[in-house]
Design a protein around this ligand. Sequence first.
Ligand code: ARG
Length: 467
Amino acid sequence: MSQATNQSWGGRFSEPTDAFVARFTASVNFDQRLARQDIQGSIAHATMLARVGVLTEEERDAIINGLTDIQGEIERGEFNWSVPLEDVHMNIEARLTDKIGITGKKLHTGRSRNDQVATDIRLFMRDEIDVIEAELTRLRDGMIELAEREADTIMPGFTHLQTAQPVTFGHHLLAWQEMLARDHERLLDCRKRVNVMPLGAAALAGTTYPIDRHVTADLLGFDRPAENSLDAVSDRDFAIEFTSFASILLMHLSRMSEELVLWTSAQFDFIDLPDRFCTGSSIMPQKKNPDVPELVRGKTGRVYGHLMALLTLMKSQPLAYNKDNQEDKEPLFDAVDTVRDCLKAFADMVPAIEPKKESMYEAARRGFSTATDLADYLVRKGVAFRDAHEIVGLSVAYGLKTKKDLSEMTLEELQQFSDIIEQDVFEVLTLEGSVAARNHIGGTAPDQVRAAANRAREALAALKGAS
Ligand code: ARG
């Protein structure tokens, strides 16, 4: 490739680009990742140009065949990417002209790299969103199934990370699932705004050729052409929206990761993760480390960083296109890769979680997790809630002294604190009684968890149908 003035725009220049500036301004080392979408967009553009009579059918066919060959060269790793040619767009166009001659130079009629790159990124985002959505769906499916299986498994529920009340493990998993359901909606909502076509905006003002943007939009599967040419080439809010979705999702995965890490520790001992998701220590032979959730927790930071980078990149840019926007790609690519991989790791790992039911049950039994149930029992028998709170507080103090859970005390022991307490109190002091009593929509009772799992499955199916 020539090191001299760039062939595509060198006409008005009297000296070649400084070698460092050429490297500094080039994007081909990273935007070659858009090659497939660039070719897809160019084929649609050429097809439309022929449809409106700007290209002949022979010219269109030569362009499409040339581009299809180039696609093959790229896939086989035979394409020679050139930094002096700056970016993916000019590399492919130059190669097309090498192959088919002067007709290759007609492809860029009625178009600019500004609407071209905006179109490429949107096509890329749409493809990646669909892959990410499939992984998210797989994860939600697995989580709902595990929740249903564990609808009767009792564990302590926490507030302030202190034992609060017993809950079912299925209920806990469905709480995670709700977070993901909202993320899923955010992703599909983002997709709607991604799927709008900039092509035809040309450099910024539109073009003098009689283009038909509806034809191109249909060919590329876009919902519609972008309404305003200035906006179409300039804004990257869709990329910011995607990284916002990604940041919130990773925040959720990071919370789940934190719990998985805690639960695999000897101190909690609530679950086991299969060895294939863990690694050992080179110095401590006894160690089995939950690396996968730890890494997901850690990767959250880089995605937050990409969101900040893109927000800052866009801020203060005057209309319309500015070279700043070339910086949108690397954060976006990394956010896409990170989200996809973290979701894959979770979708593989969650169904393989092995709950240690006895250990969870024991933990719920310690820590007076049914104290609220005793207070509610007293209220049902006519005691004012504040007085009930006091009575239970005294019972707990007694339990701490004698190392007895409330359910392990005799009726006589409990009656020291209130003579209203009768034999039926033991129905509410058991863990099973406690969870079963929370029997309403959104409650932790096993029957409610099973019903909630069914509703979650239906909601997921409806979302899949909608996308
Ligand atoms: N490489 C550029 C980008 O990523 C393509 C558009 C360049 N347009 C221009 N007029 N220099 O944004």
